[in-house]
Design a protein around this ligand. Structure first.
Ligand SMILES: [Zn+2]
Length: 281
């Protein structure tokens, strides 16, 4: 009897410990408005993509709070291209947190030269489309994909002999593969391109973060289909005038194609256990 009780206690302890380990092993994806997302890996590394945290859709900004005040730990900053609504607060965040930059060499070089991005943090993870790098002690693999757009760095030193916009290299998207977590695609500002098919064949995309204003509702849905994304999350809309005011038309197109659709609110976090998205509501 006693022995059986002990055995049960051991089994219960293992189950409890297992569920704690599972809870600890979550990946968290937070939308900070516009194209800005943070990803926290199961081991606690923090990646920030296109960190324009002062965007007007960020709840902190709406509440009149400093959106950088709550940012204390960032390990990597990923930039898809040099436009201001994507570089955003990267320099300040890099200085505050020591985060390393993941971007193409021309963008990295001009951010260091023109807007004082810390040079020491802009050398180790420089890459171009087609490349894959391992970061976070091998917990995360980042692949840079092509994007059809433009890329330039706003030059605060503009003058008679200095252009207003400096070269920003080629625009990009990212595939972020997390060990014991999902594979996430961030489209950057790309238009639709046929080689999304190759991206979809090469990587098994669990979540695609798609800029729906750049492609429009119909082509954004087609992109999600071409990428073979299991779930698509719209972004880069309703931040300012000229963008799509909401994701409704996109949602309708995506549903026609029977692709998983998840709309996030700025400030919202979605958790994943392994590749499995947890219910958010
Ligand atoms: Zn943009």
């Amino acid at each position: 009897m006693n022995r059986r009780f002990n055995l049960l206690a051991v089994v219960a302890a293992v189950v409890v410990a297992g569920s704690f380990a599972e809870a600890a092993a979550q990946t968290k994806l937070t939308w900070l408005g516009h194209a800005a997302f943070s990803i926290t890996t199961p081991k606690g590394k923090v990646l920030l993509i296109d960190p324009w945290l002062h965007n007007p859709a960020n709840p902190d900004v709406k509440a009149g709070k400093d959106p950088l005040a709550s940012i204390s730990k960032v390990d990597y900053i990923l930039l898809t291209h040099g436009h201001r609504d994507h570089v955003g607060d990267a320099v300040e965040i890099a200085k505050k947190t020591g985060a390393a930059l993941i971007a193409n060499p021309e963008l990295a070089g001009n951010l260091v030269k023109l807007v004082d991005f810390p040079a020491k943090q802009a050398g180790d993870y420089i890459m171009q489309a087609g490349a894959e790098i391992q970061i976070a002690d091998g917990e995360v693999t980042v692949a840079m994909t092509e994007a059809v757009h433009s890329s330039s760095v706003f030059n605060p030193k503009a003058g008679p002999n200095e252009p207003e916009r400096a070269y920003g290299g080629s625009p990009a998207g990212f595939i972020i593969m997390i060990k014991n977590g999902p594979t996430i695609y961030h489209s950057g500002d790309t238009a639709y391109f046929k080689d999304m098919e190759v991206i979809g064949e090469t990587y098994s995309i669990d979540v695609a973060l798609i800029n729906i204003s750049q492609m429009g509702a119909k082509m954004s849905a087609r992109a999600a289909q071409t990428l073979r994304a299991k779930t698509v999350i719209p972004m880069h809309f309703a931040t300012f005038e000229g963008l799509l005011p909401n994701a409704d038309s996109f949602a309708a197109e995506v549903k026609k194609l029977r692709i998983g659709f998840q709309e996030m609110k700025p400030g919202e976090t979605i958790s994943f256990v392994g590749k499995q998205m947890m219910r958010t509501r």
